[in-house]
Design a protein around this ligand. Structure first.
Ligand code: BG6
Length: 520
């Protein structure tokens, strides 16, 4: 690829006085509410939720009437929970150093109740504490129940909430659950039924944290707030779309979960298919929860399920062996803790999907997701067709690649456009150059953590960035037939050394269509 033409303003002025940062403050503030975190002493709460709440507090986005109640099995008091929260915030907050004044105010709104999920009496005790806090914290009876616990606990928690009379009453009652939403279509439906027995679908907030990422939301802004891209966003000019979700990390102590899930369930069923939906959907009538989600469901349903006959040619499953990532030697997947020694679970998945509708006829969508790749990168590459007629001849255009738009989701969030430009010289040589937009240099602010946005939206009652039951089901409908064939060892598991871009079969997947993966 050729040189990079930087078009963004690179300013060195401090944010406070920089005109580019003007108007960036988000003035939406959540409704008064009491957030109960089930599993408050666990990993998700410590790494993501508590730091996100602190950062919302720092941006003055938490409602005036607000409290967090940690609910878990550990023996803790309000004070020891506050100490725990403060340590986690210090370690994981995206903004540093910690603002002690904000932290102290936030901690004074944190409380703890020991709850054994199996004991109704514990839920009744929790309810009594919440009622007291209703008065002292002015939260108007509004409740946000966050299940930061393993999915098998969801059923018990919602049933106990119902039995203790906590799921109804004055104010709103919302429940937040984390992926995975089931492990196949059947279990996803069962989970939906469990949640809907107690909560109305409008009060169920299913988190796919990718939707909270600024750059993922920007896919919609890019497509629908501009007039120049949408006319070319179809089969007439687009050759193919590539989605890469590459991680450097391995399974990070999550072997027990991951060995049952694998890359297809862990990333493709949710994060990657959400990216496909946002790239491929029709313009929604409004940026409003059901309009957006209706369009996403339509496009997910238009994806042709991969048939049993196609699965060997249209999918690749890989697993990493030991190797080197970023200069560090790492073990193979089968040597990771809590992974079966002969495990056949995939840590890399690649597929080719086709969307059976007018806009996307004959445009393949290639997806690949893997752990222990050479670098962490999530990007969407829109590859355009070559011009219908080459005016300049093969010599002049030897270094010219077709146009491409890359939406970089992370890291170095931004968008780039590749096009041909004449190389300055007496002759005529045309080479690809890149025009780059980078969030950091354009807006001079760090993008907020996905959880900040999602927690705030839940307090506000805006489910646009949460997945609806029918979306989840549509995604499983695509994944189930692939999983069935993979269980049958079709195609066979292909090994790749940690620190490479997956097995050679992944290259063949695109090469059989005379294409190449973009090397980020
Ligand atoms: C999670 C997966 O949903 O997403 C993890 O369970 C994965 O396996 C993570 O590492 C990736 O998220 P991010 O935000 O780091 O891209």
């Amino acid at each position: 690829m050729g040189g990079r033409a930087q078009v963004t303003a690179v300013a060195s002025t401090p944010v406070a006085t920089n005109p580019l940062a003007e108007g960036l403050h988000d003035y939406r503030v959540g409704e008064p509410c009491l957030m109960v975190i089930f599993g408050a002493t666990g990993d998700l709460s410590g790494r993501k939720l508590l730091p996100a709440l602190y950062n919302l507090a720092k941006q003055r986005l938490l409602p005036a009437g607000f409290a967090v109640v940690g609910a878990a099995i550990d023996d803790m008091t309000d004070d020891s929970f506050r100490k725990h929260a403060s340590e986690k915030i210090a370690e994981f907050s995206r903004t540093q150093p910690i603002d002690q004044r904000v932290l102290d105010a936030f901690l004074s709104a944190c409380f703890y109740v020991k709850v054994d999920f199996g004991k109704l009496d514990d839920f009744k005790g929790l309810q009594r504490r919440l009622s007291e806090l209703d008065t002292t914290r002015h939260v108007s009876g509004n409740r946000m129940f966050y299940c930061a616990t393993p999915p098998p606990t969801y059923e018990t928690i919602v049933e106990q909430l119902k039995a203790a009379g906590m799921a109804t009453g004055a104010g709103f009652h919302r429940i937040v659950v984390e992926k995975p939403f089931g492990s196949d279509l059947k279990s996803a439906r069962e989970l939906t039924a469990i949640l809907q027995r107690v909560f109305h679908e409008d009060s169920v907030y299913r988190i796919d944290h990718y939707l909270g990422k600024e750059t993922v939301q920007n896919i919609m802004a890019f497509r629908f707030a501009n007039s120049i891209f949408e006319p070319v966003w179809n089969t007439n000019l687009i050759d193919s779309v590539q989605i890469t979700v590459a991680e450097e990390i391995g399974v990070e102590g999550r072997g027990t979960y991951y060995d049952k899930a694998g890359a297809l369930r862990d990333i493709v069923q949710n994060h990657a298919l959400q990216l496909v939906a946002l790239v491929a959907m029709e313009p929604p009538l409004a940026f409003e929860a059901n309009s957006v989600r209706d369009e996403k469901v339509k496009v997910l349903r238009a994806i042709k399920p991969i048939t049993d006959e196609e699965v060997a040619r249209a999918t690749v499953r890989g697993q990493y062996t030991k190797g080197w990532v970023q200069g560090e030697q790492v073990p193979g997947y089968r040597d990771e803790k809590n992974v079966a020694p002969g495990s056949l679970t995939e840590t890399f998945a690649a597929l080719r999907l086709n969307i059976d509708n007018w806009r996307w006829a004959n445009v393949p969508f290639y997806i690949r997701a893997g752990k222990r790749m050479p670098k962490r990168i999530t990007e969407i590459r829109i590859q355009f067709k070559r011009p219908p007629h080459m005016t300049f001849g093969p010599d002049a255009t030897r270094e010219l690649d077709p146009n491409a738009i890359t939406l970089r989701i992370q890291p170095e969030e931004g968008i780039s456009l590749r096009f041909g430009a004449k190389v300055p010289s007496a002759g005529l040589r045309i080479r690809s150059v890149t025009m780059d937009f980078q969030y950091m240099t354009a807006f001079l602010v760090e993008t907020p953590e996905a959880y900040e946005r999602l927690l705030l939206d839940c307090m506000i009652g805006d489910p646009t960035l949460f997945t609806r039951a029918d979306e989840v089901e549509a995604a499983w409908r695509l994944i189930d037939p692939i999983e069935a064939a993979w269980r049958d060892d079709r195609p066979p598991l292909a090994m790749y050394a940690a620190g490479t871009w997956g097995p050679p079969a992944a290259d063949k997947l695109v090469q059989q269509d005379r294409r190449e993966w973009h090397r980020p």
